[in-house]
Design a protein around this ligand. Structure first.
Ligand code: SAM
Length: 217
């Protein structure tokens, strides 16, 4: 359903309050969550669940990330207007839309064709200018690198240098890294050619990253 209603707007406001209570402090991120109708990216038959703070199944056995997770990853990235951002795992397209509303220049790569095509068509309908790419994002997107920010929205077994090398100096990458049950949210900040700072920001649970640097299917 691509119409917004007072009721759904009200639910979005409540969700924003819930995210604040859970420790999200970035006003910019909270305001993007309030602006972007998550139900546009949600399975149509379950729209009443679109503003619950839960991940939810979409097609092809994948998920739309939990709003708290989207907010936490976006806050860590500290998006500035004009940032060139690579998202790995387009999925429903919701996270990409949040990045776009924050003023980023978004490149989003997805490995499952149906999801890639659905998101591409939805962005077009919504007038969101987001570059969508079908391919294996575990290798990043070397032909369009370097990026100011990189976000992985699927669980990576490890952080590979071929990805962190695609960051500009001063850039940030955020990725859930761990096993298939639980991952740590890792923030990598690139300070120099071979100078990276890594910090850990809580535990999460994502669907697996597949492909060359992901988990075997
Ligand atoms: N960002 C999404 C959203 O806002 O709905 C949530 C993404 S879902 C948790 C993870 C996505 O990563 C799935 O759509 C999955 O197909 C995709 N994925 C997994 N491995 C990938 C890879 N190697 N390259 C690109 N996408 C990948």
């Amino acid at each position: 359903m691509l119409t917004d209603t007072y009721k759904l707007q009200g639910k979005r406001k409540q969700l924003v309050q819930e995210l604040k209570n859970l420790g999200i402090t970035s006003q910019k991120v909270l305001s993007a969550i309030e602006q972007v109708p998550r139900h546009f990216f949600f399975p149509e038959d379950f729209i009443d669940k679109a503003y619950d703070n839960i991940a939810f199944p979409i097609e092809e056995g994948q998920t739309i990330s939990q709003p708290y997770t989207v907010a936490a990853q976006t806050q860590l990235l500290d998006i500035q207007k004009g940032d060139k951002v690579l998202e790995i795992g387009t999925g429903s397209g919701y996270q990409a839309a949040i990045l776009k509303v924050l003023g980023a220049d978004v490149y989003s790569i997805e490995t499952i064709e149906t999801l890639h095509l659905n998101a591409k068509a939805l962005f077009k309908k919504l007038g969101l200018s987001i570059a969508t790419i079908l391919g294996d994002g575990s290798k990043g997107l070397p032909e369009l690198a370097p990026f100011d920010k990189i976000i992985l929205t699927a669980a990576a077994p490890k952080l590979v240098e071929s990805l962190t090398k695609q960051l500009k100096i001063g850039g940030k990458l955020v990725a859930p890294v761990g096993n298939l049950d639980v991952q740590k949210m890792i923030l990598v900040e690139r300070h120099g050619d071979n100078e990276y700072n890594k910090t850990s920001h809580g535990k999460f649970n994502f669907v697996p990253l597949t492909g060359t640097h992901g988990w075997p299917l």
